[in-house]
Design a protein. Structure first.
Length: 644
């Protein structure tokens, strides 16, 4: 733990606009935030989101911190509140679905690997998986306390309680952790107790409170299982001076990218912000962004400095962007020089260019589009674009109309080329788009499937055509689609343009970026043509396998399965992520799909796509019909639904 006087001087210098001081502040505290979020949340995807959001809020709000000597406690409080919000959202979702959360690779496994934990230290880490969600935050704070990274006063601040009651909560957590250690030890015994085997009938192997109680009750009453194999060392003794789990380099790069875009804004200006999440949010300032590049460098350095086991380099930085086609409508001469080819059709003349030239031109909605698409329609009522280099139908192409708008030549949707000048909450985002007068108005916040249509999953940082949409930050953007389970939960879909991930985890009070869209009118709802084993969507032009692969398989096996599929004598393939996303029904969950058209769709199951993840070429994108969320991290098996 750093000297409080040195930390105060560092905070004051950073508040005054000292870029090096801000670099040092972020670099030294990123591991603390990562470890606090890690043990409290476990899920790698949730941890990444919380760490990125916390570090941005800290850097943005630093100028408004009135007591520099309270920085560390302020940082812990912000992290704990972000963790709590994520835990509550997950709990509401689990209750609503009446099912256990999807098993994923977790922080405990990463800690065991990277810190090379063994013996009873490993046992404690594994026992953490069995804690209730509220005890996980207590464990995380207490773990860092025993590692010498914080004091009991900091733990109390993170729990928003007194020091005395924080001690009570720690003791309750330790009691449950002791049960978890007994469960871990009993499950690891070889051979397994025959009576315990009966208790475990029906268990899916995922740690859960109900099974902790059942297994713990057996261990307590069973003479063989209740006898520890060795003297049990108290957890606090095992953790004294424990090392922090190193921050993955990939996460540091993601935080760095976000900080470069907007994170340092507000540090060099006076605090005039309003209360937000328990701290003062400083106004964003262009002048302050001059230190952002240094922050990015510091974050990457932090990951390298703490890495006990190095992560592979980020592939997105090593790969050239795939080719794209950008069309520019004819207009007054442009100052941009490029090689062009004129293509004449029956409707218009366009110029295909390798450089996105700016041209003055009107931007009416085009005629001859495949179909109408109504405001806020949850369905893709148009052909689905694919990455230009993917070799699939409908390669993405854009017309830069020269008036601040871009037309998607595949979907005919017209997009705001720039973005809203500030981040907004969900209600304000919809109001901003409705009030946007750009190029004649008529704008709205895009739905989930509409925003998905411009996400290019073959790229990262940002996952979008940067010629058509320059300056797009690799951060979360709002959609107009609320979470289907319970509207009163005030959650909505958002998309992270760092890599193109779609998630429903956005609280409607959160602040995210906004890009508006407009289109023709119409209902937008598909009218599927269904046969015994095929479903045709006349709006997208895609025909789907009505069923799915009979079992889960690897991504490579899914590709081969579709190539070998013999239905109707047609050639089938694994769909792209944007194509598969067009089948999601936002109005329902478990499964989030038209069950009359696709009756055998499994919920809580990953479905493979043909798209490789740009941040990690060894991984493949997949979609989960639990509610339609997408991911590529830590997915090893899934099913296949083929398309043609």
């Amino acid at each position: 733990m750093s000297d409080p006087r040195d930390l105060r001087r560092l905070v004051v210098a950073a508040q005054s606009g000292d870029g090096k001081a801000l670099d040092e502040l972020v670099r030294t505290h990123l591991p603390l935030v990562y470890n606090l979020a890690g043990r409290a949340l476990s899920s790698v995807a949730d941890i990444d989101d919380v760490v990125q959001e916390t570090m941005l809020r800290v850097v943005e709000g630093l100028a408004a911190l009135r007591r520099p000597d309270s920085f560390r406690r302020w940082l812990i409080t912000i992290t704990a509140r972000e963790v709590g919000a994520r835990q509550q959202a997950a709990a509401r979702r689990t209750v609503a679905l009446d099912t256990a959360p999807e098993p994923v690779a977790d922080f405990e496994g990463l800690a065991i690997l990277r810190l090379r934990l063994s013996g009873q230290r490993r046992q404690v880490a594994e026992a953490a998986r069995w804690l209730d969600a509220d005890h996980r935050l207590v464990l995380s704070l207490w773990w860092l306390e025993n590692a010498g990274e914080m004091r009991r006063e900091d733990t109390a601040a993170g729990l928003d309680t007194t020091v005395a009651y924080a001690g009570v909560r720690v003791q309750r957590m330790l009691d449950q952790l002791a049960v978890g250690r007994s469960v871990v030890e009993a499950l690891s015994r070889t051979p397994t107790c025959s009576a315990l085997s009966s208790v475990l009938a029906g268990w899916d192997g995922v740690p859960a409170p109900l099974w902790r109680k059942r297994i713990g009750r057996h261990v307590r009453d069973c003479p063989a299982c209740s006898l520890p194999s060795r003297e049990r060392i108290p957890a606090e003794r095992l953790l004294i001076g424990a090392l922090l789990v190193p921050v993955p380099a990939g996460l540091a790069v993601a935080v760095a990218a976000a900080s470069t875009t907007e994170g340092a804004a507000g540090v060099a200006v006076a605090a005039e912000g309003a209360k937000h999440g328990g701290f003062l949010r400083a106004p964003r300032s262009t002048a302050a962004k001059t230190v952002a590049a240094g922050v990015a460098t510091a974050l990457v350095a932090a990951a390298v400095a703490y890495a006990a086991v190095p992560d592979p380099p980020t592939p997105a930085a090593q790969q050239a962007d795939p080719p794209s086609v950008t069309t520019v409508l004819p207009g007054p001469p442009s100052t941009t020089t490029s090689m062009t080819t004129t293509i004449t059709t029956t409707t218009t003349t366009t110029t295909v260019t390798t450089t996105a030239a700016t041209v003055s031109a009107a931007s009416p909605l085009t005629t001859g589009c495949p179909s109408e698409h109504g405001p806020g329609a949850p369905w893709a009522n148009w052909p689905v674009p694919n990455p230009p280099a993917a070799g699939r139908p409908n390669p993405a192409a854009y017309a830069i109309l020269g008036d601040g708008t871009v037309r998607d030549q595949v979907t005919c949707l017209v997009w705001q080329r720039g973005i809203a000048p500030t981040v907004l909450d969900w209600a304000a985002a919809k109001q901003y788009c409705a009030g946007l007068t750009l190029a004649g108005g008529g704008w709205r916040l895009p739905t989930r499937v509409e925003l998905t249509s411009i996400a290019d999953h073959s790229r990262a940082q940002p996952a979008i055509d940067v010629e058509a949409f320059p300056g797009t930050p690799p951060r979360f953007f709002w959609t107009a689609t609320p979470w289907a389970i319970h509207p009163h939960m005030a959650l909505a879909w958002r998309m992270n343009f760092y890599e193109g991930l779609a998630t429903n985890g956005g609280r409607q009070v959160d602040l995210y970026h906004v890009r508006c869209v407009r289109s023709a009118t119409g209902s937008g709802r598909p009218s599927y043509r269904i046969t015994a084993d095929q479903v045709t969507d006349p709006n997208t032009g895609l025909t789907w396998q009505r069923g799915t692969s009979p079992t889960a398989m690897t991504a490579q096996e899914a590709t081969a399965y579709c190539a070998a599929l013999a239905i109707g004598g047609h050639r089938w393939r694994l769909p792209g992520l944007r194509e598969l996303s067009s089948t999601v029904d936002d109005s329902r969950v478990a499964p989030a799909i038209d069950v009359a058209a696709f009756p055998d769709t499994a919920n809580k199951t990953w479905y493979w796509t043909a798209d490789t993840a740009a941040p990690d070429p060894s991984a493949r994108w997949a979609l989960n019909y639990d509610d339609g969320f997408t991911n590529y991290r830590n997915i090893t098996t899934g099913r296949a639904r083929c398309v043609r």
